[in-house]
Design a protein around this ligand. Structure first.
Ligand SMILES: C[S@@+](CC[C@H](N)C(=O)[O-])C[C@H]1O[C@@H](n2cnc3c(N)ncnc32)[C@H](O)[C@@H]1O
Length: 159
């Protein structure tokens, strides 16, 4: 598969899963956590599609497009393995994590802390969507939309 096709598939999967969560999932009360601001595209989509929810956003640096800069109090800069610890117990309704790199060695390091952190951030009955697998007791894996490769995006509910 060309890199262009792979990129388009990733963007489509993100949008379609975020829309499916908006349309088909009863999120509990609580904020949304966006793990990996990047350019701010998915933050922009979350902001438009989940109005009224606080969205707390994490990244090591602020490199988002100027139209997609989170409010100061909801932007957490630094290494998420450290900054995220403060948000364990926040009772998040939904965590979206897009910090996979495609480099198996780097992703393996991320997976030493991310799944546990996401479980701790979520409210009971909260949902997580992640580009990396979050195999962890307490997280039930749910199917992604039928047209999405099940190994491209991972969807979970906290019991
Ligand atoms: C793929 S981008 C996110 C793209 C975003 N979903 C969008 O739509 O623009 C991943 C982002 O996560 C950040 N990131 C990855 N691992 C991180 C870590 N361990 N701590 C802090 N930031 C991290 C990177 O700096 C990068 O901006």
């Amino acid at each position: 598969m060309s890199r262009l096709d792979s990129f388009i598939n990733r963007m489509t999967a993100q949008r379609d899963m975020l829309n499916a969560i908006r349309d088909r999932v009863a999120l509990p009360d609580g904020p949304i956590l966006e793990i990996g601001l990047g350019n701010g595209r998915t933050f922009s989509h979350l902001r438009e599609n989940f109005p009224g929810r606080r969205i707390v956003v994490f990244d090591r640096q602020m490199l988002a497009h100027k139209s997609s800069v989170p409010p100061e109090g909801d932007l957490v800069l630094g290494e998420i393995a450290e900054t995220g610890k403060t948000y364990i117990g926040i009772g998040a309704a939904f965590v979206h994590a897009d910090i996979g790199t495609g480099d198996p060695e780097k992703d393996a390091v991320t997976l030493t802390w991310l799944p546990q952190m996401v479980v701790g951030m979520l409210a009971s009955g909260g949902y997580a969507l992640s580009g990396l697998p979050l195999e962890m007791p307490g997280l039930e894996r749910l199917p992604v939309e039928a047209h999405i490769d099940p190994e491209r995006y991972y969807f979970y509910r906290k019991a």
